[in-house]
Design a protein around this ligand. Sequence first.
Ligand code: PEP
Ligand code: MG
Length: 593
Amino acid sequence: MSFQVFGIAVSRGVAIGRAVLVASSRVDVAHYFVTPDEVQPEIDRLLRGRDAVVHELATLKEELPDDAPHELAALLDVHLMLLHDEALTGSASQWIVNRHYNAEWALSAQLEVLARQFDEMEDDYLRERKADLEQVVERVLRALAQAQGDAPAPVTPRDFGGEDPLLLVAADIAPADMIQFKRSVFRGFITDIGGKTSHTAIVARSMDIPAVVGTREASRLIMQDDWVIIDGDAGTVIVNPSPIVLEEYRFRQRQSELERARLARLRHTPAVTLDGEQVELHANIEMPADAEAAVAAGATGVGLFRSEFLFMNRDGELPSEDEQFAAYKAAVEAMRGMPVTIRTVDVGADKPLDRLTVNELRHEHVLNPAMGLRAIRWSLAEPSMFRQQLRAIYRASAFGKVRLLIPMVAHLGEVRQIIEAVKKVQQQLTDAGHAYTRVELGVMIEIPAAAVMLPLLLRHVDFVSIGTNDLIQYTLAIDRADEAVAHLYDPWHPAVLQLIAQSIAHARAAGKGVSVCGEMAGDPEFTELLLAMGLRSFSMHPSQIPAVKQRVLRADTQRLSSALPRVLDSDDPKAVAGEELASARSARAVPMH
Ligand code: PEP
Ligand code: MG
């Protein structure tokens, strides 16, 4: 039966493929294809993993002390029975035979199928056996990982002909896990949880693959292996589409590929408006390897390197100074002399260091994580960790143009402490004989307090970068990761527009650099508005650069800025901007170079 699920559009385009349901806690399980020759060895590996657990449990049962409660032995029997059930390993083997999934993937795919059957059982006792099944699968996954000699293998694609595209469906995905999917087999994502600027959505967008989040129940309604269409523009998911609908979407998919190819030809065209204003289009990156995509998309620098992703998935261990230095240096060298803005670690809120999803965080009883010890607050609370990061950043400055960006600043006292820490680090580096050059200091404007007192902050820093994602969250008191209030998360809200316009004006008046690096910078819907406000530096995911550049090339900033007061004075800025700013846009064709 065909049906639709509605959610929030977070990453554009159409993806068509088969659903792969993955439990949130198991998203980090290795997902790769085995070749036809590897099918039987992979089944053997799965069965060896199963047998290892059977042996483990049988030994445990034999060695139970006489006075152990008899429920324990009964529980072990249930687990042993599940392990021998064909519905688990037999059917998992079929995923390997039919779909060429690796053993871990096949097992977790089958777990999802069975878990649903348990959920639907009338009998309470039987329904509760789902937890046993999960424990058993967990043990087999662990046995498989141990047999591989280490933790689960990273998610890696291994293409071979004939596979259907795969779309990931999960209740939620932690940002730490999303990062692993960068080069994964999945061609689209659907999650139950999340908002447009939740970090999971941001990483999906950076991968430039269609995604819909905040569907509330997609992971319950969609079945393993269902055919699914993700409409990343409309925020809808069509499950088991009819042949006519499928054909229509295949057509749209081809059209959007053509459009992308057309825009990609703008890569070498400088971003200059019709009235000759030069605009910097920088890239947001999460890992040094992303710098390559930034250069390929025609970025003229990195406006935001979210360094926190280097700190994730490390089982509590933080990256050393040398490790960080190597990562920053790699990004700086990849940008070949173009500026690289490294933001100091911004963990907390919906970006925990380990694999917690938003949902799990909500249950951690941290009442207001977004307002808690995150970003610069955390760095200042851990001075040696902070200085270690600063040293790594400064050392990278010997290899290119590095800028230092501090997240979540709200107090002048914080800026003073940062400047002190920088001085100390410079002295340490000089003493140790490490080379470094001048590094510009910038702060993010993402807390309304920082926007309001910007003239004071500007006395102490070289540049500012407006983080609209958080600025909207804190101005409107809307949790950006909460789908329940996603409809109220409004970049067009007059208060938000006033704060952005004032911040740009203050920075320009002080002769200091100003850019926007939140998601608004990469959304072509806001390009003209931001240009009208005087913005000349945008930072976004590399994949968004061509579409924004096209807008820049068609813009006349003088006409746009004269229309700005009418937008800012209006009760309905979105509607007024639609009329006023669109009329200032040239319909002229953009030259391709
Ligand atoms: C922002 O808040 O706009 C921003 C760019 O930072 P992040 O999305 O990483 O919080
Ligand atoms: Mg932010």
